[in-house]
Design a protein around this ligand. Structure first.
Ligand code: FA5
Length: 344
């Protein structure tokens, strides 16, 4: 019978084809060729019409069995190929835990921020409270109430950034926070005020924006000795126990007497070099006893109270501590520079 032979030939052909099958795509093609709407097995059923009635049952059963057989075979192939493809995919995407990981910088505080926090911590540990004031400051607080006369050179256009709004400046120092602290709180008080200040300055040791920390202590019986003691503790904490310190008479309108404090040059150890201009000393801060005119401006009884104040430049201390030759390096945002201070 022709149809029987056709079935046998078909079975043989596809058994052979299935031996060479490589992927699910090929399998799907074979499935369509055999069992699709116009597939070869599906077409066999159409041939049944031509089969004599007495043979129909037998041939029908034969076609059904070959269909079931191929369905089973294809199902098994599908299972195997799916597993094989998954395995290959997993093999390709396998993580090699021995490869070095991609480097991610965890970041670090800027050296100025690190110094500012370090210094603040020293004073906080001695009982000082942190005060803040605005960077756009009243001229009255920045100058007048600090006993800085109207014709003082610091007020000149070339030193101070004036704001369009009349009576306001970008604060030129943190000393106006002294005024704010004393207006807010009656003595006794011990505060520090860290923050940004602005001046029309630009050279290797001066920047138009820099950071200061102001210190102020007001109480009964505060003397210059207290000021010296506090600053000695502070400077020894930053630069080490053996750092030479000297107080040099100076002038600030808001302190009387006033002094500037020098430390032995950290670069040449006092022998004299370019950094200390061959003096062996480096100026580090300004300080003094609060001028009675300042106390009067904020309504503090000058008969009862005395106080001291100091102001130091953070960039300057950072430069001396880490021997940085140019202040502009601190603001260059060069990661090669910044990362050298990681963990300080
Ligand atoms: C003052 O600003 C006073 N207010 C300090 C003070 C406070 C004295 C309380 C007495 C009592 P002076 O202008 O010297 O002082 O500045 C203080 C420090 O700021 C300097 O020692 C220096 O370290 C730093 N400094 C000044 N100008 C610049 C600048 N352009 N760039 C970076 N640091 C600066």
């Amino acid at each position: 019978m022709q149809i029987k032979e056709n079935i046998e030939a078909l079975e043989k052909e596809y058994q052979e084809k299935l031996k060479n099958i490589k992927d699910l795509k090929q399998l799907q093609d074979i499935k369509t060729e055999l069992l699709g709407k116009k597939g070869k097995i599906t077409s066999l059923f159409k041939l049944l019409k031509e089969v004599p009635p007495e043979k129909k049952k037998e041939v029908g059963a034969l076609i059904n069995s070959v269909k079931a057989k191929f369905e089973d075979i294809l199902k098994e192939f599908e299972k195997q190929l799916t597993e094989k493809e998954l395995e290959e995919k997993l093999k390709k995407s396998k993580i090699d835990i021995t490869l070095p990981g991609a480097w991610v910088s965890p970041g670090a505080p800027h050296p100025v921020t690190a110094t500012l926090r370090y210094i603040s911590d020293i004073f906080v540990s001695m009982g000082f409270k942190i005060e803040e004031g605005p960077e756009v400051e009243l001229e009255e607080y920045n100058f007048d109430m600090l006993n800085i006369p109207k014709d003082h050179p610091a007020r000149e256009m070339q030193d101070t950034f004036f704001i369009n709004k009349k009576g306001y400046v970008l604060r030129t120092h943190t000393s106006p926070v002294q005024i704010r602290a004393m207006l807010k709180q009656k003595p006794p008080l011990a505060v520090i005020a860290p923050g940004k200040v602005y001046r029309k300055d630009l050279d290797p040791t001066h920047s138009p924006m820099f950071h200061q920390i102001e210190g102020l202590v007001v109480d009964e019986n505060i003397t210059f000795r207290d000021l010296k003691g506090i600053l000695k503790i502070f400077l020894e904490s930053v630069f080490g126990k053996n750092i030479p310190i000297r107080f040099r008479p100076s002038y600030f309108p808001f302190t009387e007497p006033s002094a500037e404090v020098d430390i032995g040059c950290t670069v040449c150890k006092g022998k004299g070099c370019r950094v200390c201009k061959n003096t062996g000393w480096l100026e580090i801060l300004g300080c003094g006893m609060v001028d009675p005119n300042v106390f009067e401006a904020v309504g503090i009884d000058t008969e009862k109270y005395t106080g001291f104040a100091f102001g130091l430049g953070i960039e300057r201390i950072t430069m001396l501590k880490y021997q940085i030759p140019d202040i502009r390096l601190l603001f260059s945002n060069d990661m090669r520079f910044n990362l050298q201070f990681k963990g300080i």
